[in-house]
Design a protein around this ligand. Sequence first.
Ligand SMILES: C=CC1=C(C)c2cc3[nH]c(cc4nc(cc5[nH]c(cc1n2)c(C)c5CCC(=O)O)C(CCC(=O)O)=C4C)c(C)c3C=C
Ligand SMILES: [Fe+2]
Ligand SMILES: [Fe+2]
Length: 347
Amino acid sequence: MKGVLLVNLGSPDSPDPKDVKKYLGEFLMDERVIDVPLWARNLLVKGIILNTRPKASAAAYKKIWWEEGSPLIVISERLQNKVQEQVQVPVALAMRYGSMTIKKGIQELVDKGVDEVFLIPLYPQFAMATTETILVLAEEIRKAHFPDIKITDLPAFYNNADYIDVLSNSISKHLSGKSYEHLLFSYHGVPERHIRKSDVTKSHCKIDGSCCKTPSKAHEFCYRHQCLEVTRLVAEKLQLQEGTYSTSFQSRLGFDPWLLPYTDRTIERLGKEGIKNMAIVTPAFVSDCLETLEEIAMEGEEIFHEMGGKEFTTVPCLNDDDAWVSLLSKWINNWVTKPETQTVNGK
Ligand SMILES: C=CC1=C(C)c2cc3[nH]c(cc4nc(cc5[nH]c(cc1n2)c(C)c5CCC(=O)O)C(CCC(=O)O)=C4C)c(C)c3C=C
Ligand SMILES: [Fe+2]
Ligand SMILES: [Fe+2]
């Protein structure tokens, strides 16, 4: 029997510093997130970050926490429930970090008689720190605990035409009636090093501004290319004029070079250049979370106002948008009915 496992990033159990510390400890000790040797990761994470960051992160989580829990978890559960209504196979939900583990998610499906799992990482773009870590852990769990089940995954869907339609329509809907001079596409950042490590050609990604626009096999796993493509395809679909939109990368942590330009500096620059109304969309996230509700909608807006900006509009993530639910359900139904060789999202 077939079943589906949706997997998102995860959140702490509560915005209490103790829970935030536990969650950040698991998250940042992942070798695909902070990709340095174990001794250096221990020193950096346990010796430095976990002694300083949990308090500040907990305060930020407190600002965005809902009565029902973490927005990212609550929204993912709403998505799961709505998708479940549109497909005939069981749909479970798990998180890469925190209490809702991938092992529990697979167990829930197995208990219902599932032996073929469609694993859907809820990330439009591939990244070592998101998609890859989910796939690697799911395979380790399968081998150790569920050797008789089969797992198939949904590849990154950043350039899938239906996904671009759904995202573009959502942006149009939320910006209709608003006048904005600039639309900023802000994606979660990653260290530049991650891009080089994921380069299957080992020589393509130079992060020099042009490599991501030069066709290459490397792009199947190039987060930067995939982000730039989402911006390009949505801009084309919405017929945005050159100069009225741009791409940036947010949430930098540490002192290594991360993908440029940084979102906070870009907002600052737009404000300084005299832009009065701007809008911002965050297509690396399918669910609103700390990084969109606090870093963008609160901190980003504050920066913009400090620079003289007036209206700052944040486009919500796809969350449990009906068209997004229908698209995910379509991919699932295609997988349920497809012959083995057929792909589900056009790849
Ligand atoms: C080295 C650190 C990090 C990398 C690399 C990274 C990549 C990455 N993260 C997301 C999505 C999310 N990240 C979220 C929070 C978050 N991310 C990091 C660090 C890295 N992320 C930290 C330390 C935190 C915790 C919050 C904080 O202290 O600032 C979230 C929100 C979770 C929530 O509970 O709401 C998401 C979602 C992507 C997509 C990505 C690479 C592409
Ligand atoms: Fe992150
Ligand atoms: Fe590239």
